[in-house]
Ligand binder design. Structure first.
Ligand SMILES: [Fe+2]
Length: 338
């Protein structure tokens, strides 16, 4: 008799647990809202996760600088990832919300890092472990962290194409301090590398998704500031815009981070409107009040912030919203779906 009670009890407990479990990343189907952000110092206050969790997004996307490792010591990097992963606020968040994302320079391991970083393979393993990416994921079959994820079915299908802007990046030459930019423009320099370009071409050209999100740690559209951005590699930026437009991929949308500020940039390329929503940073922000960006639409946010993308599938639009950590709405933008 006791064994029957024990069996019933364990079945009840197991079903209660499975009810509480979040869906796995690949079990997500009908996505209506995505939260995203970047630039997170693991030793600063992490209570903002509760604010983001309260928005109840279907998915969280890390846009890079997810921790500040800045080290060639891979056990030190692992310890910093562990500090983030075991933070109680973050733990509660990831128990509830599926996560994905990309890296930038500080979690790659080297400030403004590029392909010359000697520990990129080891660093990649720590990044994949941090996101709990399975060992059989195709990302394990090639150098770099570029990969894609597709959720749901048409007419509500979303594809997220994650770019790796570090592993294959050619080094930039530092400009003199008196110059307008920190780096000399690298006219023919590589940002993605040949293999990633071929992969990206296939991903966009073959996409049946109704919304195609392209994540890039570096800002894609903004070009007037002095820091890292696609514009430091003008031929790569032009190639990206040409590819996105010529591929015919439905409703492309860039997401970027890195900058310690949040804003939405817009540009028309060969007759098609392209949008880059930059969301940064989670624990620290830009010290100035203004930065010129000829492509900005709406407000510049210079306080700690995160962003939300909410899709109204029936009315066919996306609502982009940017919030501070008290959940005050600081910027919003509507995009009609085509
Ligand atoms: Fe960065």
């Amino acid at each position: 008799m006791y064994q029957i009670y024990a069996l019933i009890l364990s079945i009840l407990l197991l079903s209660a647990c499975s009810l509480q479990n979040k869906p796995g990343l690949y079990e997500l189907t009908d996505i209506q809202s995505i939260a995203f952000g970047s630039c997170n110092k693991q030793d600063l206050d992490q209570s903002f996760w509760t604010t983001i969790q309260a928005k109840n997004p279907d998915l969280w996307i890390w846009l890079g600088d997810n921790i500040y490792a800045d080290t060639e010591d891979m056990s030190a990097m692992q310890a910093k990832y562990q500090q983030q992963k075991t933070n109680p606020h973050y733990q509660r968040f990831i128990e509830d919300i599926p996560i994905t994302g990309i890296w930038d320079d500080h979690d790659y391991g080297q400030n403004d890092g590029n392909h010359t970083f000697a520990f990129k393979e080891e660093s990649k393993q720590h990044f994949l472990d941090f996101l709990d990416i399975a060992k059989d994921n195709p990302v394990n079959l090639h150098p770099g962290i570029y990969r894609s994820e597709t959720f749901g079915l048409p007419p509500k299908q979303i594809k997220i194409i994650h770019l790796d802007t570090r592993t294959f990046q050619d080094p930039l030459e530092k400009a003199p301090q008196s110059a307008e930019k920190n780096y000399v423009t690298h006219e023919n320099g590589q940002l993605l590398g040949t293999t990633q370009w071929q992969w990206l071409t296939d991903e966009l050209t073959n996409s049946q998704a109704n919304i195609n999100i392209i994540t890039s740690s570096l800002q894609v559209i903004a070009e007037d500031h002095r820091y890292e951005m696609w514009s430091n590699f003008p031929s790569q930026r032009e190639q990206l815009f040409n590819l996105v437009v010529s591929s015919g991929a439905n409703n492309p949308l860039f997401m970027s981070g890195d900058r310690h500020l949040s804003e939405i940039s817009e540009l028309v390329w060969k007759g098609q409107k392209l949008i880059d929503i930059t969301s940064s940073g989670l624990t620290h922000s830009f010290s100035g009040n203004e930065e010129y960006n000829q492509h900005r639409v709406g407000n510049l946010i210079t306080t700690e912030s995160f962003s939300m993308l909410t899709i109204d599938w029936s009315e066919q639009f996306i609502d982009l919203q940017q919030y501070d950590m008290e959940s005050n709405l600081l910027n919003s933008h509507l995009i009609g779906l085509k």
